[in-house]
Design a protein around this ligand. Structure first.
Ligand SMILES: NC(=O)C[C@H](N)C(=O)O
Length: 323
């Protein structure tokens, strides 16, 4: 009988980290082959193709690197993989999941996972997460769901998932939607059907700069005013509450919005921006009237990824169709 094929790429992160010098901190050390050797159960699941594409703490990955990883993943599917699994650090997992989600135009699942404990720590969660991610990548029910994040036996949708704890094992949540499913007794269970997705064209340039600034109490407007001279082409504001800023920021942002797309999101960890509730200067109605875009449920970091991709593919004019 033909065995299902899955391809796994390792990029680094805590999942690949261990202490190489006594007394020092853990650093990325384990490549794909070493990781697989620690999970013999994987060989019972499928025929595996494994590649080490990086050994990076996830904070140091850049968009060009992610594009090369995604090209690799697409080649795997073209060569017959039923699904693709990527392991990486968890610190930026919510951002890479978003980046991949907007560019993944295939029906096969692309599943991301990581670990909260280093590979040489007691109770390391990396092997179990990789095994679960492979189960999700192999499940028929995972098709047409785009990019999924599997951590701690939960499955999350790329645009909903966030890292909500710095060190706990239960570090990932989807505050607005809840998990899309779970892995229980080795089986994949989805809690809801696949929903419609909207991809972005592949970027034709990668040097564009998109800023993300958080609204904070009594902040001056100096940084906001410097964005145009510094060559930024887009701006995301992590706004107060339902997507609000102060009066001085409202005035400064009106001038910026005449020159580049500006998205206002919420700095709260959950919820979405409002569109028709608050009437004060700096509230969402004022900002919308000044040409700013409200992000809806997209968190500030994900909104920045979207804007970067749209600007890079000369599609920023279509921004409102994605929010
Ligand atoms: N848990 C982790 O993977 C965190 C790690 N600092 C990273 O590379 O993102």
């Amino acid at each position: 009988m033909l065995r299902a094929k899955i391809s796994i790429a390792t990029l680094g992160g805590t999942l690949s980290m261990q202490r190489t010098t006594p007394g020092a901190g853990i650093t990325p050390a384990l490549g794909g082959e070493a990781l697989l050797a620690s999970i013999p159960e994987l060989n019972d699941l499928a025929e595996l193709q494994v590649e080490s594409l990086g050994l990076l703490p996830s904070a140091s990955m850049d968009f060009e690197f992610l594009l090369s990883v995604l090209s690799w993943a697409k080649r795997q599917v073209a060569q017959g993989a039923q699904g693709v699994v990527i392991t990486q650090g968890t610190d930026t997992l919510e951002e890479t999941a978003t980046f991949f989600e907007y560019l993944w135009d295939l029906d096969q699942p692309l599943v991301l996972t990581g670990a909260m404990r280093g590979a040489d720590q007691p109770g390391a969660d990396g092997p179990a997460n990789v095994l679960d991610a492979c189960r999700v990548a192999l499940s028929e029910d995972s098709t047409k769901r785009g990019v999924l994040v599997v951590m701690n036996a939960e499955i999350h949708q790329a645009l909903a998932v966030r890292k909500t704890h710095s060190l706990a094992m239960q570090a990932f949540a989807s505050p607005n939607l809840g998990p899309a499913g779970m892995i229980m007794e080795h089986r994949v269970h989805f809690a809801r059907p696949a929903s419609a997705r909207k991809t972005v064209p592949w970027p034709v340039r990668t040097r564009q700069k998109v800023a993300l600034l958080e609204a904070v109490l009594a902040a001056d407007t100096t940084l906001v005013e410097q964005l145009v001279p510094l060559g930024y082409e887009g701006l995301v504001i992590a706004g107060f509450g339902a997507g609000h800023v102060s009066e001085p920021w409202s005035t400064a942002l009106e001038a910026i919005a005449a020159q580049m797309p500006v998205i206002v999101s919420t700095r709260c960890g959950a919820g979405s921006t409002a569109v028709a509730t608050y009437g004060f200067k700096g509230g969402e109605i004022d900002l919308i009237n000044k040409g700013l875009h409200m992000s809806g449920g997209l968190c500030p970091r994900k909104a920045r990824i979207l804007l970067w991709l749209l600007i890079g593919s000369d599609s920023a004019h279509a921004l409102s169709t994605y929010l």
